[in-house]
Design a binder for this molecule. Structure first.
Ligand code: GLC
Length: 519
């Protein structure tokens, strides 16, 4: 053995010896800490350790009570059989909605009868009012399935969700005016107004609320939701409201198309993936649009019925099961339904979308604290504040894979100011988020399964999906895929769920382009 090797072996054995001493000291400390910590916390389960010769008895406070867990599981789990019933019921409701107006599923004809070829060209404006933000976009379509987008984004305040329609639409027009002027290049200072007057623009308006669409560029708003209660919007033609605001602000803009975000998503995804037949939004709200054969839309009496083979239908699936016949709802879901506007409306959406999931979880947590099943040191005024538990917190908690659930601790103790949480508490909250998040994904999958089955597309099609839940919520897409497999069996492999992007901007511009081609 050479000198170097001898040093190596000596070093290695000394290292092992030092490590094993350190390890025994460490294990001793951990055991001591476990015992002391356990003896401090009560009530907790008693666990008998069979590790040593003398049996050690200690209290374990790391696992939530199995009784509580079982109760929550049975409340929030939707099994395969139920999923299948939901699918069947949705297909029945889809047929009814296509037959006549005034049904639970609105099944709104979008008046969009063409899908893009990817060869569309031109520059279009797009406005996007979705829920949380208002965006102004300029989209330049390059004719090769590509687009350049410039945009400005504005958060919609609570006050704006309450102001009269004209004031809100004046705000939109002001944003557009500013955006256009900012985009002027090579226009001398002081000449912006003249340039503005000399030019005209074509625009697609994404208005992501239920609208009874009477033409590609006409539609009466029938229901808003998402916290919007502006007097003067429901019952009005939103294109007229926008066009009048442009007039008041001296803007030469022609609104060519009124678009739902789901229709925009379908079209913008079809621009890059021609097998796309379905567009879904899973975000603040949820909804779906798909391509339906014209002969299957008996209630549609427009001119297009004569020559067009198909039309995109905006399902407004958020209101599915408003008559409450198929989806089991917990007392917490009912509480959320009562406390958000429009009680009894948007049943499906209230169980699925980002606007509501956090509040469902909060109601359960508050109840568990009241029953002494969680946070023995008590809750907090922040936790009792309506809507304080954001759906983004659920994402963060579900993404927390640390041993001690440290990120969950930050959410609970730092953001919600819960005085003290145990590992068992944090595990319980994490399980609760998983249950509510999983139920949302499984219900969304049931919706997609119903649509592809109704379309007879089980042999293959692409579903473009946009929205923060699908994009950012951990495991959401995998959970949807699992549920699709449970419902559709092997055919689920033919249904491709893909992240779609910017249907509300690019999609609206494309629909304006398609509408323009038809003129
Ligand atoms: C709501 C709206 C619907 C929209 C969806 C997603 O359900 O009623 O039109 O598509 O939210 O934004």
């Amino acid at each position: 053995m050479g000198d170097n090797q001898a040093h190596f072996w000596l070093g290695l054995t000394t290292g092992i010896a030092v490590c094993s001493v350190a390890f025994s000291v460490y294990t001793g400390m951990v055991l001591h800490q476990t015992l002391t910590a356990a003896s401090k916390s009560a009530p907790a389960q008693t666990v008998v350790s069979k590790a040593g010769p003398a049996q050690i008895q200690f209290q374990q406070d790391d696992s939530p009570s199995s009784e509580t867990l079982e109760r929550l599981h049975s409340m929030f789990t939707i099994n395969s059989e139920k999923l299948n019933q939901i699918v069947k019921h949705m297909i029945v409701e889809m047929r009814k909605g296509l037959q006549a107006d005034g049904q639970a599923l609105l099944m709104i004809p979008s008046h969009v009868v063409n899908r893009p070829t990817g060869r569309e060209v031109g520059s279009f404006l797009a406005l996007d009012l979705g829920g949380t933000n208002f965006r102004v976009c300029e989209v330049v379509l390059d004719g090769h399935s590509g687009a350049r987008v410039r945009q400005s984004k504005h958060t919609i305040t609570d006050a704006q969700k309450h102001m009269p329609a004209n004031e809100l639409f004046d705000f939109f027009a002001d944003c557009v005016r500013k955006f256009l002027i900012e985009g002027f290049v090579n226009v001398p200072r002081g000449k912006e107004e003249a340039e503005l007057q000399a030019r005209t623009w074509k625009l697609g308006f994404t208005f992501s609320f239920a609208v009874n669409q009477t033409a590609i560029d006409r539609g009466i708003c029938v229901y808003m939701g998402k916290g919007f209660v502006n007097p003067g919007i429901v019952g009005s033609d939103v294109v007229v409201l926008l066009q009048e605001a442009f007039k008041r602000k001296n803007l030469n803009i022609d609104v060519q198309a009124l678009v739902n975000d789901t229709t925009g998503t379908l079209i913008s995804h079809a621009y890059i993936q021609p097998s796309t037949r379905v567009g879904v939004i899973l975000g603040t709200g949820t909804n779906c649009a798909y391509v339906e054969k014209m002969e299957n839309i008996p209630k549609y009496k427009g001119d297009d019925a004569e020559y067009a083979k198909e039309m995109i239908i905006n399902m407004e699936w958020g209101t599915f099961d408003d008559e409450q016949v198929v989806i089991p709802r917990t007392k917490y879901d009912k509480r959320v339904d009562r406390t958000f506007n429009q009680e009894g409306k948007a049943t499906f959406e209230k169980l699925i979308s980002g606007m509501y999931l956090g509040e469902i979880v909060r109601f359960v947590i508050v109840d568990l604290v009241k029953n002494g099943e969680l946070f023995l040191a008590g809750g907090s005024p922040e936790l009792n504040e309506p809507r304080s538990f954001e759906t983004a917190f659920m994402s963060r908690i579900e993404r927390d894979h640390t041993l001690d659930l440290n990120d969950t601790r930050s959410v609970l103790e730092e953001m919600l100011k819960i005085p003290r949480t145990t590992l068992a508490d944090r595990r319980l909250v994490k399980t609760l988020c998983e249950l509510v998040g999983k139920r949302s994904a499984r219900l969304s999958a049931a919706g997609v399964a119903a649509v592809v089955t109704k379309m007879n597309k089980l042999d293959g099609c692409t579903v473009g999906i946009d929205g923060s839940l699908f994009e950012l919520y951990p495991h959401f897409s995998n959970r949807m895929r699992d549920a699709l497999r449970e419902i559709l069996g092997i055919s689920a492999e033919n249904i491709v769920l893909e992240q779609a992007r910017d249907g509300s901007g690019q999609g609206a511009a494309l629909i304006a382009a398609l509408a323009n081609e038809g003129n």
